[in-house]
Ligand binder design. Sequence first.
Ligand code: NAD
Length: 353
Amino acid sequence: MEAVITLLPGDGIGPDVTACARNVLDAVAGKHGHTFQYKEALIGGASIDATGDPLPAATVDACKAADAVLLGAVGGPKWSDPNAAVRPEQGLLKLRSVLGVYANIRPVRIYPELAGASPLRPEILEGVDMLVIRELTGGIYFGKKTRTDTSASDLCEYTVDEVERIVRVAARLAGERRGRLCSVDKANVLETSRLWRDVTDRLMADEFPNIEVETLLVDAAAMHLLSRPSDFDVIVTENMFGDILTDEASMLAGSLGMLPSASLGDGSAGLYEPIHGSAPDIAGMGIANPCAAVASAAMMLRHSLGLDAEAAAVEQAIADAISGGARTADIVAEGDTRLSTDAMTDEIIRCLN
Ligand code: NAD
């Protein structure tokens, strides 16, 4: 097949791990006779430096014209002054909004060999296999903001339509898995959460009567994710709760550097990115873990390009590299050899071939 992929390397370790994902995609293309054409565009801090804008119109155009978009990460200390009018994260939020990618899908998969990298006991991690579905284009991150010298406010708003469409995505995915959906809200305090719960209860009863539904308050969910993570199949939640819970869930896998994400809307085009940020503390050192970016490219092969077998092969190659002992600094145990970002990628490509 032929596909156009827009690459947005961004800041910090973003360019390093996106280059690795591209190398793996090239290996897939070579092996299976596909042609992937890449277009690179600016986003985030690098874009502010070059153009003054964290998401220039040329980037929006390149993303809209592509079959899929692969992003590294944005942000870093250079642009993090809280009083700055223009910030890297604005570019990412705007990109999600203009692409209409309202459903962020984050699989949390445990590699048994990495159980020691997680702060949790190995017996708690046994059988963990969940998808967290985070609403991505609404809620408090997108609501009206105010700021005076003495006060500030962020408006959290959700409509029935916004809740329905994300819960449908999550329910369908639960139907393809173990048939269990956990909806997370804060309905004891927040009006938006009461709407979320009403809509979810009604929609699940009307449209997905065979899916088992559990509802948790976000504070309890934060606890249950650590005490009984293997009970969860699909979790669906609003934007900010999802942002926080998925970072927590990443610790089950041992490192932020292992976990991919896909952001999808109603069409097949999507935005794919590792869940980690730009990791300024290790930027430029050549030691970032590329697995999350490579696994994001695998999600892209599956969800936007319809290449299921190739996606599964890339995921298997990551698993084989890990079980063969390949480790970057974030997932090493005593006695392991530390691989650089590029050496880890080479190992994944070797396993793929
Ligand atoms: P971070 O995810 O960048 O880093 C947290 C910790 O995890 C750091 O110690 C980092 O070294 C480590 N880490 C992250 N990814 C890794 C990888 N692939 N391999 C090895 N170690 C890895 O989060 P942060 O430090 O809170 O944020 C840094 C910057 O990134 C901030 O400017 C923040 O706004 C931005 N950020 C961007 C995104 C995004 O682009 N989607 C997401 C989160 C944070």
